[in-house]
Ligand binder design. Structure first.
Ligand code: ZN
Length: 478
């Protein structure tokens, strides 16, 4: 306990205690208690006859902390064998996530992992997202390194913003450069649309490539031409971004992932090979590539698709990634428990797994457990907001399968999170729920939700430890 001379009391986070700096908790928020010599901004207080700075968790103080304790800053970690992106949409989940990674020490976390869309929907900035992860890392004494991903950034401007804010990884989403119209064209149409390219033809057309492990990748004329038409612009975009932004004065400044997963159809192994080989030929160094796998990776629920086919295709994608020396990145990995064993096995334990949003669902489950009335209000609102939210997400949710709330006792509300339809209902409406306002301009739910999450933060950390911990243990095949 830290008690000031004027009688204010704060709990001390024991894992945060260092010589001249620690973190303490008041009821509504956390502070640093810093030796005044460290120069943290804040209020001067005395305790036991000694003078301290009671310092808010501000951006300026985050910078000071990171200078003193470099492990509280994100760094490039994608070259480690096992990495997992968790993201902390609400800025409150990292303590729970770190319990997982303190246990499963072979996995290194990407604690910050936000897309521009998520930043907009939560009114946050990359700097704020990284600061809140840094504070949690300090609070929990997690000293072994972590990353910050500017996730699904699309343009040079977005990449530059993520890098300026301190992201140590860039996931370049090339979906806007991938031509989804080619898939539906006939062979004749593809041939008509294709423009001659002697250099590429000599390399790929009617050629085969041995990627090791007994796997051969072959391009007949049609597959070659289709692949060029679908992926050329995306490859060009990735090359531009890499050399203009990821490289600075001849030095690579961030880990680089190329994501081609947001397409209409699964990425064929040959197409994955083509993208990787072209990037390699041009000198682009990627840490990870995210192909689009077969089956469906809907938000917040298990994999939908043929598990055998997934395993067979994963084997080839993983072999291609090993051939070029990067890792496969699996997106929308939250709750995809049925594919984790084959993903762990076929990647031979070298993978990047991204989960996101499931920490929001656990936060809402906590609301259902602790404040049934508030949960009922949010749920009723989500039902009205669902249709608008489907503009952003592909889901197969059927609202009619969700039990009507008046038929459920309070104690049954947390069980809603066992069902895919109610999970997806709450999952995809998060931005609308957080932003909904009353007539007077105040937030309808947001402030009450954050107050509850603060009060029950220990319980929240335990929920995350169990749920995200299950992801870690299953992909490690433990
Ligand atoms: Zn993705």
């Amino acid at each position: 306990m830290f008690i000031t001379a004027d009688g204010r009391k704060f709990d001390v986070y024991k894992d945060s205690v260092h010589d001249n700096l620690c973190m303490v908790a008041a009821e509504d928020k956390d502070y640093f208690v810093a030796d005044p010599k460290l120069g943290f901004e804040g209020e001067t207080v005395t305790s036991d006859g000694k003078t301290w700075t009671l310092a808010p968790l501000s951006h300026a103080n985050a910078e000071k902390m990171r200078a003193l304790y470099p492990w509280t800053a994100p760094s490039r970690v994608l070259d480690r064998d096992k990495t997992m992106g968790v993201g902390d949409r609400l800025g409150i989940a990292t303590d729970g996530h770190l319990r997982v990674f303190k246990k499963y020490t072979e996995i290194t976390p990407i604690l910050s992992q936000q897309s521009i869309r998520e930043l907009n929907l939560t009114n946050r900035t990359f700097a704020d997202v990284i600061d809140s992860a840094s504070f949690a890392v300090f609070r929990c004494g997690y000293t072994t390194g972590w990353g910050a991903d500017g996730d699904h950034v699309k343009t040079a401007k977005e990449v530059a913003y993520a890098l300026e804010s301190g992201c140590t990884m860039i996931t370049l989403d090339c979906s806007e450069q991938i031509d989804n119209t080619i898939e539906g064209l006939s062979k004749a149409e593809v041939f008509a649309k294709y423009k001659q390219n002697k250099e590429l033809e000599d390399i790929y057309m009617n050629k085969s490539f041995d990627v090791g492990e007994g796997i051969t990748i072959s391009f007949d004329e049609e597959l070659y031409k289709r692949t060029v038409l679908i992926y050329s612009e995306a490859i060009k975009h990735a090359i531009d971004i890499f050399f203009n932004l990821i490289m600075k004065n001849g030095k690579q400044v961030a880990d680089f992932e190329v994501s081609i997963d947001e397409t209409m159809t699964p990425t064929l192994p040959a197409q994955h090979f083509f993208v990787a080989n072209e990037l390699t030929r041009k000198g682009v160094r990627v840490s990870t590539v995210a192909p689009r796998f077969c089956g469906e990776f809907q938000k917040g629920i298990d994999y939908i698709g043929d598990l055998k086919q997934f395993a067979a295709e994963m084997k080839i994608h993983a072999a291609i990634s090993r051939h070029f020396g990067y890792k496969i990145s699996i997106h929308s990995g939250s709750d995809k428990f049925s594919i984790f064993p084959s993903a762990g096995r076929e990647t031979k334990g070298r993978f990047h797994l991204k989960t996101a949003g499931t920490n929001w669902l656990e936060a809402m489950k906590l609301v259902a457990m602790k404040d049934p009335q508030l949960y009922r209000e949010v749920h009723a609102y989500a039902l009205t907001a669902f249709k608008a939210a489907t503009a952003y997400y592909h889901v197969t949710t059927q609202l009619s399968r969700i039990p009507s709330l008046d038929t459920l006792k309070d104690s049954e509300l947390p069980d809603l999170f066992k069902h895919n339809d109610s999970r997806q209902l709450i999952h995809i409406t998060y931005g609308l729920i957080l932003n909904e306002k009353n007539a007077d301009g105040s937030y309808k739910f947001k402030d009450r939700l954050y107050k509850l999450w603060r009060k029950y933060r220990e319980e929240y950390a335990e929920l995350l430890y169990k749920h995200i911990g299950r992801h870690a243990s299953e992909i490690l095949m433990k």
